[in-house]
Design a protein around this ligand. Structure first.
Ligand code: BG6
Length: 299
C-alpha cells in the first residue's frame, strides 16, 4: 500500500492507504479538506467559499501573514488587507514525501507531507506595493493517521529587519456548537474583540453562546481541546505559537458575510487559531521563525 498523491493546476491532494486525506488549494496554500479514514470531514468549509483565487477561502485552514486583522498603527503593515496577503496569493507546490512509522500492530503507518512556498516574486503587484520586503515562506502540511500538522517557516531575505504576525486560521467542524466546550484556556488572559478589546481572564471551559472573537494568551504551551457533549473530539497542540484565537461569528455576523453558507453553518464550526499575534516577531536579515500546530481528532 502506498500514499496516493494527485495534483492539478489548482490543488494538491494526498490520500493514505487507510483512507485519510488532505486537500490543499494553491490559492493561499489553504487546506480545504481533511478527512478521516471513513471520509468524514474534520474541517468546516463554507458552501459559498470562493475557491477560484478571487477571495480568501471561507473555511478550511487559511494562513494569516504578515498581519493579523489590520494594524493601522504599525507602519510596515498598515496598508495591508485584513489578515495579510498569504491567504490571497498563489503558492508554489514544492514537493511531496512519504514516511513510515511503526504502528501498534507491527505494520507500518504511512504519513504524507506536502510542501508549499511563497516569496516576494509570487505576490500580486498590489501586494508588492503594500509590502516591499524580501521574504520566504515554507508551509508544510503533514497528514498522519488521526492527526494533521501544519508548520510555517518564515525567513527574512531582506537587508532590512521587519516584523510579522502569523496565524493558522483553522475552522474545525463540530456537530452542534451549543454542545461545545473548549478546555486548556483556564486562567488565560484574553482580549475580547466583541467587547471593546477589553482584557479579561478565562475561568473554566469556554462555551460559545453568541458571537465570540477572543485572542487568548494561554499560561502554558499545553494542548487546547474541544469537547462535544462531554466527549473530547479534537486536541490542538502548538509549537512556538503563543496565542490562540477563538472565533465564531454566530447569527448576525454570519448573515453579513456573503461567502458564509449555509447561514446557520456557524452551528457546525469553531475556529481555534494558533498564532503569534499579540505582539510582533521581529526578524533581522537572515533570521527565520517557525510556528506549527498539530490537530488530533478523537472518534
Ligand atoms: C478571526 C478574527 O481570526 O478572523 C476575526 O479574530 C475575524 O475578527 C475573523 O472576523 C474572520 O476574518 P475574515 O477576514 O476571514 O472575515
Amino acid at each position: 500500500p502506498q500514499v496516493t498523491f494527485s495534483d492539478d493546476n489548482s490543488s494538491v491532494r494526498a490520500v493514505l492507504p487507510t483512507g485519510e486525506s488532505v486537500t490543499v488549494l494553491l490559492h493561499g496554500a489553504t487546506i480545504t479538506s481533511w478527512t478521516d479514514a471513513s471520509g468524514s470531514e474534520k474541517l468546516w468549509l463554507s458552501s459559498s467559499a470562493h475557491l477560484d483565487g478571487s477571495k480568501p477561502v471561507r473555511g478550511g485552514i487559511p494562513l494569516v501573514f504578515p498581519v493579523f486583522g489590520t494594524a493601522p498603527d504599525h507602519a510596515q503593515t498598515a496598508s495591508l488587507a485584513q489578515h495579510g496577503f498569504a491567504r490571497s496569493s498563489r503558492w508554489e507546490f514544492l514537493g511531496k514525501s512519504t514516511s513510515e512509522s511503526a504502528s501498534g500492530d507491527g505494520a507500518a503507518d504511512l504519513s504524507a507531507k506536502l510542501d508549499f512556498g511563497l516569496s516576494a516574486a509570487g505576490l500580486s503587484e498590489e501586494a508588492k506595493g503594500k509590502w516591499s520586503f524580501a521574504f520566504n515562506l515554507i508551509y508544510s502540511v503533514t497528514l498522519n493517521r488521526g492527526s494533521l500538522t501544519t508548520s510555517l517557516v518564515v525567513t527574512n531575505d531582506d537587508e532590512k529587519a521587519w516584523d510579522c504576525q502569523v496565524l493558522l486560521h483553522t475552522y474545525l467542524r463540530v456537530k452542534d456548537i451549543n454542545e461545545v466546550e473548549v478546555h486548556g484556556l483556564d486562567g488565560a488572559q484574553y482580549v475580547d474583540k466583541v467587547d471593546g478589546a477589553k482584557t479579561k481572564s478565562q475561568s473554566g471551559a469556554v462555551k460559545i453562546t453568541g458571537e465570540t472573537d477572543r485572542v487568548y494568551t494561554p499560561v502554558a504551551n499545553g494542548p487546547v481541546t474541544v469537547a462535544e457533549g462531554g466527549k473530547k473530539t479534537f486536541t490542538v497542540t502548538r509549537d512556538n505559537l503563543s496565542n490562540v484565537v477563538v472565533w465564531n461569528p454566530w447569527t448576525d455576523k454570519a448573515a453579513g458575510m456573503g461567502d458564509f453558507s449555509p447561514k446557520d453553518g456557524f452551528k457546525n464550526m469553531l475556529c481555534i487559531e494558533p498564532g503569534s499575534v499579540s505582539g510582533w516577531q521581529s526578524l533581522e536579515p537572515g533570521d527565520a521563525y517557525e510556528g506549527a500546530q498539530t490537530i488530533t481528532y478523537h472518534s
